[in-house]
Ligand binder design. Structure first.
Ligand SMILES: [Zn+2]
Length: 164
């Protein structure tokens, strides 16, 4: 079954208007009637896709059956032969198996290059020295006004730099 079969059942015989990507067809719209504004591409997706320039509705076969045929999602899915993925608790359909995207999996990550972490440790040490040294007096005064005393700063930095 494809989109042209569904249109035929609704008494619409589209004209072929394009040959690219498996062909495009034009007809009156079964929803708004808009003359020749309805387009169908039977080779796209799973059984074809459709879109109306007049009423700006479109989608796949299931969407066609829902919008034009007034079916609910499970009925439409069943009619086009899709296996419904049901919630194991409530039994309500969640998605259509064949249309579901593959589950997302994280990409394998490379181990962190040691050059990067070596430089980061060097930088952290340098920042620490700057903050607790003479150059950090203004920053320490600012932090003290924000409630961070010298001893808290030193403790925190020692913890975050491994005591270095
Ligand atoms: Zn329309």
């Amino acid at each position: 079954m494809n989109i042209l079969d569904l249109l035929a059942e609704d008494g619409i015989t589209p004209k072929r208007v394009a040959s690219t990507r498996g062909g495009g067809y034009a007809s009156a719209c079964p929803l708004c009637g808009g003359d020749e504004r309805f387009r169908a591409w039977p080779e796209q997706g799973d059984g074809g896709r459709w879109w109306c320039r007049g009423c700006d509705r479109g989608g796949d076969l299931i969407q066609y059956l829902r919008e034009v045929g007034g079916l609910d999602f499970p009925e439409a899915a069943r009619l086009v032969g899709k296996e419904l993925d049901r919630c194991p608790i409530s039994g309500t359909p969640r998605s259509v198996g064949k249309l579901r995207h593959p589950p997302w999996t994280p990409r394998e990550s490379e181990p962190r290059p040691s050059a990067w972490s070596d430089k980061a440790a060097l930088a952290a040490g340098w920042f620490h020295d700057q903050l607790v040294g003479p150059a950090g007096a203004d920053i320490r005064a600012y932090l003290a006004r924000r409630g961070l005393s010298d001893s808290i700063i030193r403790r925190g930095l020692e913890a975050s730099t491994g005591g270095g």
